[in-house]
Design a protein. Structure first.
Length: 638
């Protein structure tokens, strides 16, 4: 349960104040924190005040902010402190934070990296990105507004990302006449909301970022508050929580080979410690080796700790590569190709289960599909909500299947080896950030069964080269007609074939699916897997599906070996398909009787590099089937 601490008020104990003073005398190292909260709560102004009052602003930055402030304030000599942080031109013009702004500063007691994150709902993904690199949060609340929906949303995201300690900065106290009752009412309301979020400590501090009250120096306007300033709390908050007791993890970032006589493995220690002579394990291979040296530019180390960037060499001659993870013998990381994770979705395009994405976990890169969305998470209160997809800024609990096993720890145990990102394989945009919860049991309990008769033996018996011809195009383009005609030709030649047609599949294998984008993705995934089995049986397979998305056609292609996947684009203009309308579907779609119909209210992405492009408005189906057969002969399929 979260423990609310209204520091310095009558509720604060003398013992806590003594502990805080003792802790303040210690060097606490580096603190990465973010500021978050609803729009216009004063996040940028607060950071600007911290920098300005601590004399940590460069002279040219200060002059620029003074000049821009004077221009905005009709010549008045009032500096807008938020301009010391808001760097984007669009942010300065609108007076809001859009991107995540990072600032570094230090005091005699501690070094800081602060992320100023945006408050608008549409930039929630930016806030989540900033939070993913932080270990502490300053959550701002406007004293006039109290706890808002965006306040709750940001608190929930902090909880999802594993941030356990929060400073609740109740800002703009000058606008409520520095009223103690207002402060304590807001602090109690937030504490009640945050109880199920799992925060270890919530420290409430009343501040006025604009006037400077309780930011870096105590406020003369709030005699009822006797606790530390915000900066004082940042300098003394204890975030040690067993960082050095966590097991050793070293993700390999690159292989360091400056010459033939040296081979080392470079990276940053994610957790734990390592010394020369220690026995370690390279994952996923499982090879055991001994550390020979810990090399840095300033000489060898006797010990490497969390955060140290080093190159490790081994006493034994073994190979490791980028993406491998080195651990100690005890408490090894997990290795699995199916995982459960919480995702926060960043993209305008929704998440579609079954679609293939690129997954990155540390230095590891592989393909991944979301095999199931178990539920969405209401980021206003963490309630579980049923759903099939994730939209922009939504979060959910998902099962993922990876193209190869990945090495990881649960995010709750190690944020470095437990965090992932998903990347769209077509646009290369980062679409989601995720926190791994655990490996699925079935990932380790299911093994491939070795078979005595393989694809080559089956194909040799049939005297043919197996492959799949993937016919794609709009409804009414002629896909099934050409594929049927081709199969008839192949059958006459004594070839072993099978036909997978879109309509026929929906009577059985995909009878439970509709026509939403998510259902279309899952439909193509099932068909691609079925086609792979038929090719493994040595058959020539005709697949006739609209398959409107390039991503899924690419996923299907990657299931097959070189030369086994032949994409056939049945290139027929929409107006020709609509004029044919053999099933009357276009007419119904235009009348609003059918929704999600490709070409009308659902998009189609034409192939960019199809092996064959068939233009049915210019050539007969028989002639086109003959041209496909000629291509199969050229490829020595028949």
């Amino acid at each position: 349960m979260a423990r609310l601490r209204v520091v310095g008020s009558e509720k604060d104990s003398a013992a806590e104040r003594v502990d805080a003073r003792i802790a303040a005398d210690e060097d606490r190292g580096l603190l990465r924190f973010l500021t978050c909260g609803s729009v216009d709560d004063g996040k940028s102004t607060l950071i600007g005040r911290l920098l300005y009052d601590s004399a940590l602003v460069y002279e040219d930055q200060l002059k620029s902010a003074e000049r821009d402030s004077k221009r905005a304030n009709a010549g008045r000599n009032e500096i807008d402190l938020s301009l010391l942080v808001d760097g984007l031109q669009a942010e300065r013009e609108q007076g809001i934070t859009i991107d995540v702004a990072y600032r570094y500063f230090s005091t005699p007691r501690r070094k800081f990296i602060v992320a100023d994150t945006p408050g608008h709902v549409q930039y929630t993904r930016n806030m989540a990105t900033g939070a993913s690199n932080c270990e502490f949060a300053v959550l701002l609340i406007d004293a006039r507004q109290g706890v808002l929906n965006q306040t709750r949303r940001h608190a929930c995201i902090l909880s999802l990302l594993g941030i356990k300690k929060v400073a609740l900065a109740i800002n703009k106290m000058d606008l409520v006449d520095f009223d103690q009752a207002t402060f304590e009412e807001i602090a109690e309301a937030f504490s009640e909301f945050a109880q199920p979020l799992g925060f270890e400590l919530i420290t409430a501090i009343p501040v006025s970022a604009l006037k400077g009250d309780n930011v870096t120096s105590p406020s003369a306007n709030m005699h009822w508050y006797r606790g530390p300033t915000l900066l004082g709390h940042l300098e003394t908050v204890d975030l040690s929580h067993d960082t050095q007791e966590r097991p050793f993890r070293f993700p390999v970032q690159w292989v360091n080979r400056p010459d033939q006589n040296f081979r080392g493995y470079a990276g940053t220690v994610a957790s734990g410690t390592v010394r020369p002579g220690d026995e370690v394990i390279i994952h996923p291979s499982g090879r055991r080796v001994h550390v020979a040296r810990i090399v840095t530019a300033d000489g060898d180390l006797e010990i490497a700790r969390q955060g140290d960037a080093v190159t490790i060499t081994f006493a034994e001659e073994v190979d490791a590569s980028r993406g491998d993870v080195i651990s100690g013998i005890e408490e090894q990381p997990q290795v699995a190709d199916q995982i459960a994770a919480r995702l926060v979705w960043f993209d305008e395009e929704p998440m579609l289960p079954g679609r293939s994405y690129t997954l990155k976990c540390g230095g590891q890169t592989t393909t991944a599909t979301i095999s199931a969305l178990k539920y969405k998470i209401n980021v206003d209160n963490l309630d579980h909500v049923a759903g099939k997809t994730l939209e922009l800024n939504e979060a959910g609990e998902c099962n993922l299947s990876t193209g190869k096993p990945i090495v990881f720890d649960p995010y709750a145990e190690n944020t470095d080896t437990g965090s992932i990102i998903l990347i769209d394989r077509c646009t290369n945009a980062t679409v989601a950030a995720g926190m791994i919860e655990f490996g699925l049991r079935r990932a380790t309990s299911i093994q491939w069964q070795e078979l005595f008769v393989d694809k080559g033996a089956r194909a040799q018996l049939k005297g043919q080269k197996p492959c799949v011809l993937w016919f794609t195009g709009l409804s009414g383009s002629g896909k099934s007609t050409i594929a049927n005609t081709l199969e008839k030709r192949l059958h006459a030649l004594g070839r072993h074939t099978y036909m997978l047609d879109g309509d026929n599949i929906r009577h059985g294998l995909s009878k439970d699916l509709g026509f939403t984008d998510a259902d279309r993705v899952e439909n193509i995934r099932r068909v691609a897997e079925a086609a792979k089995l038929f090719v493994d049986a040595g058959l020539i397979v005709m697949v006739s599906f609209i398959s409107p998305f390039r991503s899924e056609r690419r996923m299907a292609r990657e299931l097959f070996g070189d030369g086994e996947f032949i994409e056939v684009y049945v290139d027929t203009p929409l107006e020709v398909c609509e004029a044919r309308d053999p099933k009357g579907l276009y007419r119904k779609a235009r009348a609003g009787l059918i929704s999600n119909f490709t070409g009308i209210d659902s998009g189609y992405e034409p192939p960019e590099r199809a092996e064959l492009d068939l233009k049915t408005s210019e050539t007969s189906p028989d002639a086109l089937a003959e041209s496909v057969l000629a291509e199969l002969r050229r490829r020595h399929v028949v």
